[in-house]
Design a protein around this ligand. Structure first.
Ligand SMILES: Nc1ncnc2c1ncn2[C@@H]1O[C@H](COP(=O)(O)OS(=O)(=O)O)[C@@H](OP(=O)(O)O)[C@H]1O
Length: 537
C-alpha cells in the first residue's frame, strides 16, 4: 500500500509539469498503482520513470533558457532519484533485491522492449516431455501456471494412463474430451507434429528439453532396469556389460526398447535405430526438430533455459519458480567410469547429435540475451526459489525423503522398481486436501509428483467441463461433430493486470466453447496392456 502511495506521488509530481506527454505518463504510472504490486511492475515503474526523465529532459532542452536548464534538469533528476529510492526502501525482502537489480538492468532484450513486462503472457504452450530430462519439474511448473491462469491442460484419456498412450505416436484421440480445447499440453507422448497442430491453437509455442546423453542413459538404465527387457538381460544389471555388447541385449522391435537406445530421438518422433552412418537422416531430423520447437531446453542448464523461456513467453519471474522433482536418491545413482560416456554417445549417436546441436544453440541464445543479464536473472530466480521453499517448509529448506518416509500419499513419487529410489518431499504438517489455505495449496502443488497432479487436474477440469456443459445452450449440441480444434473463441492471453484466480482448486470459469468432439468421448482405445513403468514413468 505504501508503495502504491509513492507511485501516486510520482504521478502527481510528474504531472505538475505542463508536459504534453503528461496524460500518457500519468496513465502508465496510475495503471501501475491500480495493479497489484509485483517485481515486474516495479521494473516497469523504473522504466517509466526513466522514460519520464527523458521526456522532461527533451522538453526542457527545447523550451527553457539555457541558464535555468541546468538547474531544472538537476531538480528533475533529483526528484526521480528520490522517488525511486523511497519506493525501493518501502519495499523489503526479495522484491527489494529484484528491484535493485532492475535498476541497473543491462539486459539488451529488456532494454529493446521497455514495455515487455506489460506484454500479455503467452499461454498456449506445447511442451514435449522427454524421458529422464527434468521434464517432470517442467511439467509441474506448467501445470501450476495453467491453474493460476485458469487455462486448460490437455490430459490423457483414462485408457492411456497419465501419458498420451506412449509409446504410440500422439493422436488427438488420446486427449480426454473434458480437457478440450487446450492451452497447454505437457504429459509424456511420442511427438507427432501434425496431430498436435490439429489440436492446439495456431499460436502455440513448442518447447522441449534434452539432457546430456551420458547422465541421461545412466538414469534410464537405472530407472527402467527391471522393466525394459534389453536392460533386464544384462548380468548383474551392469551398465558396463550392456555397453560392451549392446546388440547382445537389445532387440529393436521389442516392447519398451525405446528406453534402451536414442530415447530422445524416439520421443521426438524420430527413428531410434537409424545407423550412426546415416548422416543425411540425422541432419534432416535435426532440421525438423529445429523447425518445430521455438525453444529446446537443456537439463544441465535448467535455470538458464528457464530464463530463455521466460523471455520467449513474456512470463514473470514468479511463473518459473520450481522445485526439483523425480530425482533418484544418491544411492541409486552411479558415476560413470572413464570411457563409458563415449560408449553411451556411440550407442545413442542420434541423441548425442541432438544434444550437441541444441546445447550449442541454447548458448547462442543466451549470448544474444547477454551473459550478465542471464546470470542476474538466474541469481534472482534462485533467490526467489529459496524464499518460496522456506515459506512452504517452515523457514527451512526441504529434506529429500524416500517414498516410504512421505506421509502424504499425494506427495509420494512413483517408484519404478525396488531397485531404485525416487525421492520427494513432504509438507511439514500432513495437510488434508479440501481444508487448505491458498498458500498451503500452492506448496502442495509445487511438490506434487506427476501422476497425482495429472489426476487432480483431470478431476478439476472435468468438474469445470461439467459445470460449463450444464450451462451451455442445448442448441449448441449440434457442434459436437466439429473437429477437435474448434474455431470458437479461445482462452484469451493472460493480461498482467488480471487479478489472480480467487483461490485454488477447480477453476470457476466456464468454457465458452461448445462440447468438444464427440468421437473422443467414451471412445475405447484398444492398446496392448502397458507395463507399469510405461504408465508411470
Ligand atoms: N531442475 C532440474 N535440473 C536438472 N535435473 C533435474 C531437475 N529436476 C529434475 N531433474 C532430474 O531429471 C531426472 C528426472 O527426469 P524426468 O522427470 O524427465 O523423468 S521421467 O521421464 O518423467 O520419469 C532425474 O534425474 P536422475 O536423478 O539422474 O534420474 C532428476 O534428478
Amino acid at each position: 500500500m505504501q508503495t502504491k502511495a509513492v507511485y501516486v506521488c510520482s504521478c502527481v509530481s510528474v504531472c505538475v509539469l505542463p508536459l504534453a506527454d503528461c496524460p500518457l505518463v500519468e496513465m502508465r504510472l496510475c495503471r501501475l498503482v491500480r495493479q497489484q504490486y509485483s517485481p515486474d511492475h516495479l521494473r516497469a515503474a523504473t522504466t517509466t520513470l526513466l522514460h519520464v526523465r527523458r521526456i522532461t529532459h527533451n522538453l526542457h532542452m527545447t523550451h527553457i533558457p539555457v541558464k535555468q536548464r541546468e538547474m531544472s534538469q538537476k531538480k528533475i533528476f533529483l526528484v526521480v532519484v528520490a522517488i525511486s529510492t523511497v519506493s525501493l526502501l518501502l519495499h523489503h525482502g526479495g522484491h527489494l533485491s529484484w528491484t535493485m537489480e532492475a535498476f541497473y538492468l543491462g539486459c539488451p532484450a529488456l532494454r529493446a522492449h521497455p514495455a515487455q513486462s506489460l506484454k500479455p503472457k503467452h499461454t498456449n504452450v506445447a511442451f514435449l516431455k522427454t524421458h529422464k530430462t527434468a521434464s517432470s519439474t517442467m511439467q509441474n511448473l506448467l501445470f501450476r501456471f495453467a491453474e493460476r491462469n485458469n487455462l486448460t491442460v490437455a490430459l490423457p484419456v483414462q485408457a492411456c494412463g497419465h501419458q498420451f498412450c506412449y509409446p504410440h505416436s500422439f493422436t488427438s484421440h488420446f486427449v480426454h474430451p473434458h480437457t478440450l480445447p487446450p492451452n497447454i499440453i505437457t504429459n509424456h507422448m511420442r511427438f507427432n507434429r501434425a496431430e498436435l497442430q490439429r489440436l492446439m491453437p495456431n499460436n502455440t509455442i513448442y518447447i522441449t528439453i534434452l539432457r546430456e546423453p551420458g547422465s541421461m542413459f545412466e538414469s534410464l538404465f537405472s530407472y527402467y532396469n527391471q522393466n525394459c527387457q534389453s536392460f533386464r538381460r544384462v548380468p548383474n544389471g551392469s551398465l558396463e556389460a550392456f555397453l560392451d555388447e549392446p546388440w547382445h541385449y537389445y532387440r529393436p522391435s521389442e516392447k519398451d526398447s525405446m528406453y534402451a537406445r536414442n530415447t530422445l530421438a524416439f520421443d521426438l518422433g524420430g527413428d531410434k535405430d537409424r545407423p550412426a552412418t546415416d548422416v543425411q537422416y540425422a541432419r534432416a531430423f535435426l532440421a525438423e526438430v529445429e523447425q518445430a520447437f521455438s525453444l529446446v531446453m537443456i537439463a544441465e542448464y535448467f535455470d538458464e533455459s528457464l530464463v530463455l523461456l521466460r523471455h520467449l513467453l513474456s512470463w514473470d519471474l514468479d511463473d518459473i519458480l520450481y522445485v526439483k522433482l523425480n530425482m533418484r536418491s544418491q544411492s541409486s545413482k552411479r558415476s560413470l567410469t572413464p570411457g563409458l560416456p563415449a560408449k553411451i554417445r556411440a550407442w545413442n549417436s542420434l541423441d548425442a547429435r541432438l544434444y550437441d546441436h541444441f546445447n550449442a544453440s541454447l548458448w547462442r541464445q543466451l549470448a544474444a540475451l547477454g551473459p550478465a543479464c542471464v546470470a542476474r536473472e538466474v541469481r534472482l530466480l534462485r533467490r526467489a526459489q529459496e524464499r518460496l521453499m522456506r515459506s512452504c517448509f517452515e523457514g527451512r529448506m526441504p529434506l529429500l525423503r524416500s517414498a516410504a518416509q512421505i506421509k502424504n500419499k499425494d506427495l509420494r513419487p512413483w517408484q519404478p522398481s525396488a531397485k531404485v529410489d525416487i525421492v520427494g518431499y513432504d509438507l511439514p504438517v500432513n495437510l488434508s486436501r479440501g481444508f487448505l489455505s491458498h498458500a498451503q495449496e500452492l506448496c502442495l502443488k509445487l511438490i506434487m509428483p506427476e501422476v497425482q497432479y495429472t489426476r487432480v487436474l483431470l478431476r478439476s477440469q472435468s468438474l469445470r467441463y461439467r459445470r460449463g456443459y450444464q450451462l451451455r445452450a442445448p442448441q449448441q449440441a449440434h457442434n459436437l461433430q466439429q473437429p477437435i480444434r474448434t474455431v470458437l473463441p479461445r482462452h484469451p492471453q493472460v493480461q498482467r493486470s488480471q487479478p489472480p484466480p480467487a483461490g485454488p482448486g477447480p477453476a470457476s470459469k466456464t468454457p465458452t466453447t461448445t462440447k468438444p468432439a464427440a468421437e473422443t468421448q467414451g471412445r475405447t482405445i484398444k492398446l496392448e496392456p502397458k507395463s507399469s513403468q510405461t504408465q508411470a514413468s
